[in-house]
Design a protein around this ligand. Sequence first.
Ligand SMILES: [Zn+2]
Length: 206
Amino acid sequence: MSQINHKEALNRLKEGNDRFVQGVKSINSLMTHKQREELADRGQRPYAIVLGCADSRAPAETVFDAGLGDLFVVRLAGNIISPMGLGSIEFAAANFGTPLCVVLGHTKCGAVAATVEAVSKKKRAPSDHIQDIVLEIEPSVKLAMAAGSKDDRSIVEEAAKLNVIRNMERILERSKILSELAEKEQFKVVGGIYNLNTGYVDFIRE
Ligand SMILES: [Zn+2]
């Protein structure tokens, strides 16, 4: 099966998200058990990569009504980039020709909220590991505060969006493999904010 292009991949994600919002499932996602053996034998060819948050309420496969073998998913709290996460994205793009990467943030993100609290109260996170996550998100929180977002809730939502954009940019800045593929139009990075209440994903810079 040949790989689809990034526009077709984005359309598939949008159609899947529409189904999820409406509470219907595609035949493809229902048939995943039958596809299991075929995928195991022939290998995977995921059509999109998702860099998402680890939040239990934001699972990419569910939100996009995707089946086995559809999505290559990297998840860390705050949908941040780590060297290993970037390597994973490069691996999928280079080996499977996956043409699209979505950096998927979400509303009411606990990692962003924790960072807002750490910045406004000038407090360190309770562990060095959590502090590492806070430091990754901090520039976006400070930007949201400087842009005039008033209460903590609106700062969290604005910072989540800025954090998605920051990581979208950094994927291409930091990865030679991915920026070269993007120049050839064989790879694209888009952003999205998943709304926990409505189920909709608002895409950014699509
Ligand atoms: Zn989150």
